[in-house]
Ligand binder design. Structure first.
Ligand code: CO
Length: 209
């Protein structure tokens, strides 16, 4: 288990390791960023974005919150999205959920979670949208796992509803991806969501660009 002293020692070691490979590593790093990916994932300490994707500093712009939500009125996620798309001009936006997500489980408990209530209600709304499919799954764990996937799908749809994504899709073919990290095996799963199919007959409502 890391403690504060250990963290600063680790940092010194990390600097040495980087400089041994490339003496100009930090000089180059300080010159700017041009990531091609925006990753929106869960804050869960076990789902470490860079580690599971095997990417280096500078390669992925990252936003994490409880249960990887893309909420229209959350200034934080909307600012990250707009900066990544309009300024950094990323090519891909990823929403990555994970099985055994505590946020998803908490949302489904009939319990007053205080300040978390409005945040978690977004997940209850996902459940409501897909209640027929979810209620048909008898096994509780399977049902939670499917809700994790459907939540990723709905957050991707939320991305597609934004002007930033719609404009970037037209201008440089920005793509949205829905992934799930399987915490039991370490596998990163591409849900291969068929957006044209999901948004058929609906997209016209959300078109703003
Ligand atoms: Co989670």
């Amino acid at each position: 288990m890391a403690n504060i002293t250990k963290i600063f020692e680790n940092n010194k070691k990390w600097i040495q390791e980087k400089l041994e490979i490339d003496a100009d590593y930090f000089t180059k790093l300080s010159q700017g960023q041009a990531p091609e990916f925006l990753y929106i994932g869960c804050s869960d300490s076990r789902v470490t974005a860079e580690d599971l994707m095997g990417v280096k500093p500078g390669e992925v712009f990252i936003h994490r919150n409880i249960a990887n939500l893309v909420n229209n009125v959350d200034l934080n996620v909307m600012s990250v999205l707009n900066y990544a798309v309009r300024h950094l001009k990323v090519k891909h936006v990823v929403v990555c959920g994970h099985y055994n997500c505590g946020g998803i489980k908490a949302a489904m408990k009939p319990e007053d979670m205080g300040l978390l209530n409005p945040w978690l209600r977004n997940i209850r709304d996902v459940y409501r949208l897909h209640r027929d499919e979810l209620n048909a799954i008898a096994n509780e764990e399977d049902r939670y796992n499917r809700l994790v996937e459907l939540n990723v799908q709905e957050q991707c749809v939320n991305l597609i509803k934004t002007a930033a994504v719609q404009k970037a899709y037209k201008e440089w073919g920005l793509t949205v991806h829905g992934w799930v990290f399987d915490i039991h095996t370490g596998n990163l799963i591409d849900l291969k969501i068929d957006f044209p199919k999901i948004l058929e007959g609906i997209m016209e409502i959300y078109k703003i660009n």
